[in-house]
Design a protein around this ligand. Structure first.
Ligand code: UDP
Ligand code: MG
Length: 140
């Protein structure tokens, strides 16, 4: 059965451009409840660890530098079918391919600087939420 939580980050490009409010509004309007949230900044080491699965990909170094370049917003979101529905809401990795009405279509500037992260499975949603939040920091 599909889980009811996913993990997101508003990435440094979107924070820098003052898109936090607009993105959170799209998230709320789509029916997601915010159950944990933090304005924070990843160290280079934390970004390396978070994106470890991509370590062999050619864009890894650039991704790590970028994700540790400025503050982010990390959050845990709750909704039925959260992972799949949130991936639909954020749209394709490359904003040029993202559908109309998606967060990346509205706010992303490029395939790398693409405004938001969304977990790709229930298992990763749990791992990624635990990376940023202690159980007592999540209020359902
Ligand atoms: N990324 C990149 N170049 C690529 C593919 C991905 O810079 O060719 C970055 C981008 O920021 C993306 C992240 O690496 O969001 C993780 O890649 P993934 O394929 O998991 O995309 P996502 O799940 O975020 O859509
Ligand atoms: Mg991914």
């Amino acid at each position: 059965m599909a889980g009811n939580r996913t993990f997101t980050m508003i990435k440094p490009d979107a924070v820098e451009k003052n898109y936090i409010g607009g993105i959170l509004k799209m998230i709320n309007d789509a029916g997601f409840k915010i159950v944990a949230m933090k304005y924070t900044k990843l160290s280079k080491e934390q970004a390396q660890k978070f994106y470890e699965v991509h370590a062999e990909r050619p864009f890894y170094g650039e991704l790590v530098d970028y994700m540790s370049s400025g503050p982010i917003v990390a959050a845990v979101l709750e909704k039925d079918n959260a992972v799949e529905d949130f991936r639909k809401l954020i749209g394709a990795t490359d904003p040029a391919e993202a559908a109309e009405g998606t967060i990346r279509k509205s706010y992303a500037e490029s395939k790398g600087k693409n405004a938001v992260h969304g977990s790709d499975s229930d298992e990763n949603a749990t791992i990624e939420s635990n990376f940023h939040f202690k159980p007592e920091e999540i209020f359902a």
